[in-house]
Write a protein that binds this ligand. Sequence first.
Ligand code: ATP
Ligand code: MG
Length: 329
Amino acid sequence: MDTNRTAQSDVLLELSGVKKYFPITGGVFRRTIGAVKAVDDISFTLRKGETLGLVGESGCGKSTTGRVIMKILDPTAGTIRFDGHDITKLSGRALREMRQDFQMVFQDPYSSLNPRMSVGTLVAEPLIVNKKGTREQIRDEVERLLQVVGLSPEARLRFPHEFSGGQRQRIAIARALALKPKLIVADEAVSALDVSIQAQILNLLADLRKEFGLSYVFISHNLAVVKHVSDRVGVMYLGRMVELADKAKLYNQPLHPYTQALLSAAPEPKRNVTRDRIVLAGDVPSPANPPSGCAFHTRCPKVMDVCKSQRPELAAYGEGQFVACHLYA
Ligand SMILES: Nc1ncnc2c1ncn2[C@@H]1O[C@H](COP(=O)(O)OP(=O)(O)OP(=O)(O)O)[C@@H](O)[C@H]1O
Ligand SMILES: [Mg+2]
């Protein structure tokens, strides 16, 4: 399915039919007795220079999608193409080389930054490991990277614990930028920060994108944060993409009842519109045993008979909007 409407050369990342199932084992022999369907057949493309937001409730498979893109996890099925190459089965040296082009930024920079390393060493490490220049060149590059992310060059002599949460995230971003990646997967990158600091980091990411032509997959459970940074937004529910649309379309004219419910529950202080709040009945079902048909049918206020037996495919509905819902078939 063509969800990008652009020439192939403009596509940086393409996921087709990607699944990630985690086996559930039980009994004394630890036999496989089932699977957590964390990501269950998703497809999308990311254009060069684009930011795609991924939203959805806890456990819907956002981080798993991010980890599969980063090749931290191997997909159970489907293919991943990056910059024209099929990287699904890439391993060893070829993967290490390709990996320089994609980097990940996590929620908690403190756990991803070794506390015993100075900031200078932390930012230099990817350059040293990949033999990117002499000692002097690397030191100069580290100072430049620190300035790029808004820290002083002297920060290299200090240690992560001497910095605030927002500054630590800047250090993590400098480290991620060291190898000049084309793609950054940001997983809840600002979720642990104070709101005022969140805006600073989001603005930094937006500036870096312009300056270095970066593309982002921006994962967050926070709809307002995703709105701030994304060009397009994908909404996930139980491992599936239920809606994928240009930002304006998604926020102004959400089609999927799940997207409508998510938006109705999200506070929008700056707008004078009061959406009628849609309260979803029940909890998110287990991804080990998702409902038949449309996985959302058990909670959907607009459920029809067909929804219980037939899984709706993600299909185009109007310009720049894709939805997986029988209401639009
Ligand atoms: N390594 C794993 N082994 C088994 N199950 C896993 C593993 N990692 C994730 N899961 C399960 O897969 C599902 C999706 O998890 P994932 O972390 O991708 O969700 P998420 O959308 O990132 O949620 P959150 O908003 O809480 O971060 C969850 O049910 C989770 O428990
Ligand atoms: Mg997550």
